[in-house]
Design a binder for this molecule. Sequence first.
Ligand SMILES: *[C@@H]1O[C@H](CO)[C@@H](O)[C@H](O)[C@H]1NC(C)=O
Ligand SMILES: *[C@@H]1O[C@H](CO)[C@@H](O)[C@H](O)[C@H]1NC(C)=O
Ligand SMILES: *[C@@H]1O[C@H](CO)[C@@H](O)[C@H](O)[C@H]1NC(C)=O
Length: 249
Amino acid sequence: MAPGTARRLLLLLVWVAVTWAARPDLLNICMDSEHHKTKPGPEDSLHEQCSPWEDNACCSFNMSLEYRKDISYLYRFNWEHCGKLKPDCKRHFIQDTCLYECSPNLGPWFQKVSRGWRRQRLLNVPLCKDDCQDWWEDCRTSYTCKSNWHDGWNWSLGYNRCPANAACRTFDFYFPTPDALCNQIWSNSYKVSNYSRGSGRCIQTWFDPENGNPNEAVAKYYADRSGAGPSEAWPLQFGLALMLLWLLS
Ligand SMILES: *[C@@H]1O[C@H](CO)[C@@H](O)[C@H](O)[C@H]1NC(C)=O
Ligand SMILES: *[C@@H]1O[C@H](CO)[C@@H](O)[C@H](O)[C@H]1NC(C)=O
Ligand SMILES: *[C@@H]1O[C@H](CO)[C@@H](O)[C@H](O)[C@H]1NC(C)=O
């Protein structure tokens, strides 16, 4: 091998190593948003339904108290826009909020967005099939007026109300299947998994902290598999590397 070639190869290897090391870490991180802590850490006591995350949480005690209120100061969002939800149904929305606010294991599904109050959102979190099924079963006879709860509300009073043309009907009218509910309600934040709780391949909205947090292994599995590898700027960096090699040779 000519000395020049060896040098180029070496440079290329160094570059690949540096890029790899610089890839954004997807594990044990909090969403970049107004209401999340900057780093996960222990919390002495969280609201009951958020308590599984006490060992390592992205939410604080203060905030976890807000989640059970009908209209919390956090998002001014009213789950009960068509009258009271059945208590069993409401429980799932609180649990969903606990997962969203407290979990440090959702990094593989963060997406950048440009909206005032948040810089990241979730996309396609593989929610355990049975968690979604239970959510749907417990909510199907409660009422709502929309199948996408992210957008399209009337905010004129400072909290969300049904838009003029949206009638209140049972959940199973707007969400005919469990998948329709879990995937559509937060515009694809979740993508219901084929896997069930305990499989290590799907995110659980609830777990027994005695046995650790099962979502850690799930996040690791998908982070490794996503081969996120070199950062998103990979093509740019590749081009720069080629230029560098050419200049140095
Ligand atoms: C909890 O709430 C108090 C009063 O609203 C606030 O001053 C404090 O910073 C909050 N703590 C955390 C960890 O958010
Ligand atoms: C929102 O609600 C207010 C008050 O009820 C109403 O006047 C207004 O037309 C509504 N706006 C939309 C976009 O539906
Ligand atoms: C989930 O399972 C169903 C039925 O077994 C299958 O048709 C579908 O392709 C599977 N989806 C994924 C994402 O594996």
